[in-house]
Design a protein around this ligand. Sequence first.
Ligand code: SF4
Ligand code: SF4
Length: 361
Amino acid sequence: MYRYKDIRKVHLEITQLCQAACPMCDRNENGGKDNKHITNAELSLEDCKKIFSPEFISQLDTMYMCGNLGDPIVAKDTLEVFRYFREHNPNMWLSMNTNAGARDSAWWTELAKIYNKKGAVNFSVDGLEDTNHLYRQNVKWSIVENSMRSFINAGGKARWDYIIFEHNQHQVEQAEQLANDWGCQKFIKKKTARFFSTARNVGKEEHQSQNRKGTETVLLKKPKEKFQNRALSKEQELITQYGSMTKYYDSCKIDCKVAKEGNIFITAEGLLMPCCWTAGRMYKWWHEDYRTEQIWDFINRAGGKEGIDVINNELSSVIDNNDLLSNIKASWDIASIKEGKLEVCSQKCGIGFDAFKEQFE
Ligand code: SF4
Ligand code: SF4
């Protein structure tokens, strides 16, 4: 897929912890109790020093913290890890995605200083004071406002990512105005891809949320058509053309998003995966045994978690000598998912259906 010397981007999931409870996030059951398969693993500065040598950092263009299961604002060593990367590469781009609902002004000011204009924060804020918490459950608006304004006032570049649902579609323009007033550099109207179930390969109209106690909260619904993800409307066309989404996934060509960028993903357990989508299949809460997911066939053939552990193995040797990446790549030429083509690659990087890219169109 790529060689160690070709890596230019690192996507780091520093933690599996989060103070929020978004109903479509894999770290919890529809906003309810925590995913039973996760351990709230987190990378420390010491772990990151073991994984990323100064020489490796100096070959990078970008390091960004996001991930599948946690938010970098709650990790203990987030600032120190960014500082370590900055120290060994004064020009690389540093960034992170966050719900913004934690940390004080001093923390956000320090983050802006470390980035030193070569970096940005993507604030995931899906509404205004009366609506943001309907999806970003447990996130307090006053903290969001303080975080964004403190970071921007300290010279930080901010982007506001706004996922549009039925319940917040009437506030898009008002939020865009607020983003301008506060000094955000960009406002992204995100047309969510989450109304497509990759577990069942079928589009859906709504999603029932619950709170930590298991009580039903908001029924999330798709926004009106102009805010809907255009890829989702292709589902019927593909079914007509191929017979079913599964048949499309069997035969589609793969255009791997991370191979061409030289982009690797490191999980909060310190495991190498090519991207967040493949890693995102590891711990689905709705399985009794998470290892029933197809991605585990690939991980097991690569020596299990020990084989792709980059805290206790050299990152260079896991990228260049371990079979995980080469087996994933080889699977793209297999005739069907049943015979071993990695389904998540067809779902995320099949050239006929790209709900991820359409989120930003
Ligand atoms: S803020 Fe991110 S990590 Fe936290 S619950 Fe929401 S989607 Fe998941
Ligand atoms: S899902 Fe597969 S094809 Fe897509 S970026 Fe990840 S490894 Fe590459």
